[in-house]
Design a protein around this ligand. Structure first.
Ligand SMILES: [Zn+2]
Length: 134
């Protein structure tokens, strides 16, 4: 989803809610035998600040399914993660950058998915480690 900051300014719309879904790609997961179960749900709100930068805050939620990294049984989990970011007009090498007055929230969502990605998928109820015999 892209927010047209210039258009919002013209319309005098300085804040609003948003929600959309983001279709993740398999290469965003590094856990073996695990895949996304559906899309990433994104919801939040934005504010346009006095210097025309855009403040966005919200939450992403997605499901992972696959084999438990410990016992290899089928399992799934829901990951939730909150974000609070800024899209600035002048690049400061820290925040996201508006391009032509547009703020592409997909960049924030991609980063939030990568930051929230667990290192492994484990059964929700816990499980025993497989005993390997040498
Ligand atoms: Zn398990």
């Amino acid at each position: 989803m892209v927010i047209d900051v210039r258009k919002c300014l013209k319309q005098g719309k300085f804040c609003d809610d948003f929600s959309f879904v983001f279709e993740p790609t398999a290469d965003m997961i590094e856990i073996p035998y695990v895949e996304f179960n559906g899309a990433v749900d994104v919801k939040g709100k934005f504010h346009i600040l006095e210097d025309d930068s855009l403040e966005v805050e919200g939450e992403i939620a997605y499901r992972l399914k696959g084999l438990c990294s410990r016992c290899l049984n089928e399992t799934q989990t829901t990951v939730k993660y909150t974000f609070h970011e800024y899209f600035v007009v002048e690049d400061n090498e820290e925040d996201y950058l508006q391009r032509g007055g547009l703020a592409d929230l997909t960049e924030v969502v991609k980063d939030a998915v990568l930051l929230s990605m667990p290192a492994s998928l484990l059964c929700e109820d816990g499980c025993e480690m497989i005993a390997y015999h040498s």
